[in-house]
Write a protein that binds this ligand. Structure first.
Ligand SMILES: NC(=O)c1ccc[n+]([C@@H]2O[C@H](COP(=O)([O-])OP(=O)(O)OC[C@H]3O[C@@H](n4cnc5c(N)ncnc54)[C@H](O)[C@@H]3O)[C@@H](O)[C@H]2O)c1
Length: 355
């Protein structure tokens, strides 16, 4: 069986294309991008068909799996079009601009009988999987508090481009970086049902930096939120592209439970992570570091195509994407209106999916 794969958008989409090209049961048949240089580079590298528009790719490539890796505003329309073409879709995070858009995508996948996965990629590391196994196995007891953070001192992506234009991105660091750390914490915590959100968002530095370079900046540069869950637990979220902190790049997810705590944080301001679990045994405080070799962990791309190949459920479902997005919507609303926001009764169920 060969799974015909295609990718729309060749920034982050290059990672999707590379992964498909390297899988023995996949063929990267086509890519699309409006940028000619990016198309040419991909054609040389992977010897696949290239298209200028997503529409042309969807019509001609006859792909089984389509990755959507375009600016956020295009996630919904291109996912709907790809599903309508008969393909399964692996869409980049965030699922969309709003939870309502995300719900529409999930419903469309169900109607089409196709799968929808969101690239919530920070789950797909051996270390994250080990932490998930520890939490699920009871190493923390009952988790009652957490903090999940991704902050940069100065790290605004593509200043003046789509990332800093609210109409194309839906928001700033919260929807860009916060989405990852929020998903990781929710996933580790077992997706407790959220009840309240209290948040703030600011744009002091971003607008100043944008103005100094003659570039527009219409999103937040920092967002902070407290999320309260039905079981009494709480999670603090912080996401920033520009903040007056020491570190250039700081990622940290911390969970506190009745029997233990854990932290996963980046090392040396880079993209490698270290993790520790803290427990008390017979009156002694223990610091425990997970020690490899860890069980194999497929990338999100290979996880998706193998789930399709083997008829097995995939994780990081459209529903999981909507669950994060519902919180992002509530955080933005709370910040804009300066009040706590109750989560709606329609909060989406999460879990493994085949549809
Ligand atoms: N999972 C992750 O860790 C991760 C990391 C980075 C980015 N992303 C996500 O990936 C998406 C893309 O981000 P990026 O950093 O690659 O941005 P980017 O601007 O580098 O790339 C986007 C690409 O889409 C192309 N494009 C725009 N409109 C198009 C259209 N109508 N048809 C075809 N191509 C079109 C652009 O020309 C560009 O090459 C975003 O949703 C972002 O949030 C995810």
């Amino acid at each position: 069986m060969t799974i015909r794969c295609a990718v729309i958008g060749l920034g982050m989409g290059r990672g999707h294309a590379k992964a498909y090209s390297e899988h023995k049961d996949c063929q990267l048949v086509a890519v699309a991008d409006i940028d000619a240089a990016r198309r040419e580079r991909a054609a040389k590298e992977w010897n696949c068909a290239t298209y200028t528009t997503a529409e042309e790719l969807l019509e001609k490539a006859k792909a089984d799996v389509v990755s959507i890796a375009t600016p956020n505003a295009l996630h919904r329309p291109l996912t709907l079009a790809a599903l309508a073409s008969g393909a399964h879709v692996l869409c980049e995070k965030p699922i969309a601009m709003t939870a309502a858009e995300g719900r529409e995508m999930v419903a469309a996948a169900k109607t089409a009988g196709r799968r929808l996965m969101i690239n919530l990629s920070y789950r797909f590391s051996p270390q994250s999987q080990v932490l998930k196994n520890l939490v699920d196995g009871g190493a923390l007891g009952k988790v009652y508090a957490g903090r999940t953070v991704w902050l940069r001192r100065r790290g605004i992506p593509g200043l003046g481009g789509w990332f800093t234009d609210k109409k194309l991105s839906g928001g700033g660091p919260l929807i860009d970086l916060g989405v990852h750390r929020l998903d990781l914490a929710l996933w580790l915590m077992g997706h407790p049902k959220s009840t309240w959100v209290m948040a703030g968002a600011w744009n002091h530095l971003g607008s100043r930096i944008g103005a100094s370079q003659g570039k527009s900046y219409s999103v937040e540069d920092l967002a902070m939120a407290m999320i309260r869950f039905e079981d009494g637990s709480m999670l603090e979220v912080e996401a920033g592209w520009a903040a007056n902190i020491k570190e250039g790049e700081l990622m940290e997810t911390r969970l506190l439970g009745t029997e233990g705590g854990l932290v996963q944080k980046n090392v040396g301001e880079g993209y490698d992570f270290q993790a520790e679990v803290f427990q008390e045994r017979n009156g002694t405080q223990l610091d425990l570091s997970p020690h490899g070799p860890f069980p194999e962990c497929k990338s999100a791309y290979h996880h998706f195509v193998e789930a399709i190949r083997d008829g097995k459920p995939h994780t990081a479902t459209g529903e999981d994407g909507v669950a994060v997005q519902e919180l992002l919507d509530a955080i933005y609303l709370s910040a804009a209106e300066g009040r706590p926001v109750a989560m709606g009764a329609t909060t989406t169920k999460t879990g493994a999916g085949t549809g």
